[in-house]
Design a protein around this ligand. Structure first.
Ligand code: NAP
Length: 504
């Protein structure tokens, strides 16, 4: 491997060491030492970001597009090392890391193209009406402007696409906002090498170095200091409901509250309608198992719950799912803590009265096989906890007595990232009743598909009502993600020479 680790933080173009170190916990390969982050390092990084905003916030779209392209090139140039380090740290297969890198550089390039088009600026103009009675109208121009320094939390389950140079960072940089990343302790080496790629791009493009900093974690104080720093204007986060909610509350309690764009938990329910079950119940079961167990079930869009109507087809579906799940080999989870949370979540579900264990996992330290549980619509509706996300390949089949109970289960759901329907000719009437209910619950609705695999595109929504996300008006995937880091400004009668270049 060509990459030589520093074990340090990247603060505005300088590699800075802390006083003490923590050890990485790779699934495979050498354990390395990294400096603990601290509130003082966060402060240094954020101050540099604020200074960088004075130029970067007014850079041209072409300059920022070239910078995003340079980051993508520098990441690809380190591709093999990134794969080796990332796969070793997370236990995710190398092919997954290669694919995720493709997505990461694809996102950077998509945002480069997106800002060059300029639509995202949402420019509006109400021309002056000097003769209007009883009062004249001033000249009004509107445009979206970047908000200032943004804090980003690296996500454990996407070491590349939702971490150091992931979607939050790419969309903030595209908007014109400097970024301070809090690295996730599960993959500090991956964070470091990607930060080195961004640093190289900064130097190549002559961008202010404060535009990007990485403060490694290992210490609770880093995340708290980041969300509470007065110069930080918004946060991008993917992680647990508990952690996300704690950080969201800190953002709300600040003297100047800031938006916290948290993408938290979701069980991504699937509703299997009678004709679809009759026509292809077993095929759906196999597809579900593939989606549920992909990446050891560590996807935000993992479909943890399936709702079916009782009867022969439901029994055959359960059997087919059990068979397919028992053939799934053990997979390495991202951290021992996540594996432990998976086991605890399963134990909690198993203890609920009326829940039947169909398949038990042989999960040990960091390896997991799937769990499958079954329950009735009645039990589901009576036990709110059954709707909570268990991160990992854990599936639950909810058997309802009839279509009314299926609708009741849909109505009882909390906010979700996705909700899926499987339907065939003859299922339309039920589909038409479900859709308006599910539309109020989820950010993305699917028919005859499985939710894992989020397309990075213009029309994607990766968000949803709480607790799927803390901000239902936003998405963390797709070009619309840039809106999180923009703010509309109205320019009333401002002389043209003083207007931002994009509005002249
Ligand atoms: P996490 O515990 O929520 O941590 C994510 C980040 O938030 C880490 O950087 C963590 O810092 C920080 N953090 C959490 N609580 C904090 C607090 N009270 N104050 C300050 N910082 C805080 O998520 P995780 O480590 O990725 O995985 C744990 C669980 O999260 C999983 O078992 C799973 O349930 C869930 N998860 C869900 C998704 C999803 O997409 N829905 C994705 C990933 C994980 P520290 O390093 O200091 O802890």
């Amino acid at each position: 491997m060509a990459y030589e680790f520093t074990g340090k933080h990247l603060i505005a173009g300088r590699w800075v060491a802390g006083s003490e170190t923590f050890s990485s916990s790779p699934a495979e390969g050498p354990v390395r030492n990294f400096s603990f982050g601290s509130a003082a390092l966060v402060d240094e990084a954020v101050r540099a970001a604020e200074e960088a905003f004075e130029t970067y916030g007014y850079s041209s779209r072409a300059e920022r597009a070239a910078f995003l392209e340079a980051i993508a090139e520098e990441i690809d140039a380190r591709g093999d090392d990134i794969t080796e380090i990332g796969s070793g740290e997370t236990g995710l297969p190398k092919a997954r890391l290669v694919g995720e890198r493709g997505r990461t550089v694809g996102q950077l390039r998509l945002f480069a193209t997106h800002i060059l088009k300029g639509d995202y600026l949402d420019r509006r103009h109400d021309a002056a009406l000097p003769d209007r009675q009883p009062l004249p109208r001033p000249d009004l121009k509107l445009m979206q402007r970047p908000i200032g320094p943004v804090g980003v939390f690296g996500a454990s389950n996407f070491p590349l696409a939702f971490s150091t140079a992931g979607g939050d960072t790419a969309s903030a940089l595209a908007a014109g906002c400097p970024v301070v990343v809090k690295g996730h302790e599960a993959h500090p080496g991956t964070a470091e090498i990607v930060a080195a790629a961004i640093d190289a791009a900064i130097k190549r493009c002559g961008v202010h170095p404060g535009v990007f900093s990485l403060v490694q974690g290992g210490n609770r104080e880093v995340g708290t200091a980041l969300v509470q720093h007065p110069l930080i204007k918004a946060i991008g986060f993917t992680g647990s409901l508990g952690g996300g909610r704690a950080l969201f509350d800190l953002c709300a309690k600040r003297p100047e509250p800031i938006p916290f764009f948290g993408e938290l938990g979701s069980v991504n329910p699937m509703f299997l309608l009678p004709q679809a079950m009759a026509a292809r119940g077993e095929a759906i079961a196999k597809g579900w198992v593939g989606s549920l167990t992909m990446g050891a079930g560590q996807f935000c869009t993992n479909p943890g719950i399936v709702v079916v109507i009782e009867g022969e087809t439901a029994n055959a579906f359960t059997k087919a799912a059990e068979q397919a799940l028992s053939a799934v080999a053990p997979q390495t989870m991202l951290t021992e803590g996540i594996a432990e949370a998976y086991r605890k979540g399963a134990t909690k579900i198993a203890s609920v009265e009326g829940v039947r264990s169909v398949l038990t996992s042989t999960c040990d330290l960091r390896n997991a096989t799937p769990y499958l549980f079954a329950t009735t619509g009645k039990e589901w509706l009576a036990n709110h906890a059954l709707g909570e996300e268990v991160f990992g390949p854990l599936g639950m089949i909810v058997t309802v007595t009839d279509t009314d109970e299926m609708l009741a289960v849909a109505r009882s759901l909390e906010g979700q990232l996705t909700a899926s329907l499987h339907l065939e000719a003859g299922d339309e009437a039920l589909g038409a009743k479900l859709l308006p209910i599910l539309e109020r619950k989820a950010g993305r609705l699917l028919a005859n598909g499985f939710p894992t695999g989020v397309e990075v595109a213009d029309a994607m929504v990766h968000g949803g009502p709480y607790p799927a996300s803390t901000n239902f008006g936003a998405t963390s995937v797709g070009t619309m993600a840039i809106r999180r880091f923009l703010r509309p400004v109205c320019y009333q009668d401002i002389p043209v020479a003083l207007l931002p270049e994009d509005l002249r």
